[in-house]
Design a protein around this ligand. Structure first.
Ligand code: FES
Length: 125
């Protein structure tokens, strides 16, 4: 069986080969998230208005393989922006995808840039 997690690998800004138009800024609620699709990936995109920042990560929570992170709660711990999975509250850094509860689980993160009112997510094509 294909490992669904292997589809998701973090992309750094230097590695981006394609900037995908994910939607308009108004498609993403303030201090909340929305899910978009890029090829066979579901990507959670967050408009972290309180920090005036945007983040993107895999929508798949690696704990129980639920496509759910876009519906999680965003916040900050020690100035690290984070997403808490709504299922069992595991939290992940939105900067590097690391698990902030100290276990091995990690998520992939993707660069986001805003050009005029378009939200662009960076991928490796
Ligand atoms: S499914 Fe996300 S924390 Fe359990």
């Amino acid at each position: 069986m294909e490992n669904i997690l292997s589809k998701y690998e973090s992309v750094t800004p230097q590695d981006v080969t394609v900037w995908f138009k994910a939607g308009k800024t108004s498609d993403f609620p303030a201090d909340g998230g929305n899910c978009i699709k890029y090829k066979d990936k579901q990507i959670a995109v967050f408009n972290f208005e309180r920090r005036n920042e945007w983040y993107a990560c895999q929508n798949l929570c690696p704990h129980k393989m639920e496509m759910i992170l876009s519906r999680g709660m965003i916040g900050s711990t020690d100035d690290i922006p984070k997403i808490a999975c709504p299922m069992h509250k595991k939290t992940f850094s939105l900067k590097d995808g690391s698990n902030l509860n100290g276990d091995d689980l990690k998520i992939a993160t993707y660069p986001v840039k805003i050009v005029e009112d378009e939200v662009l997510i960076g991928f490796i094509d």
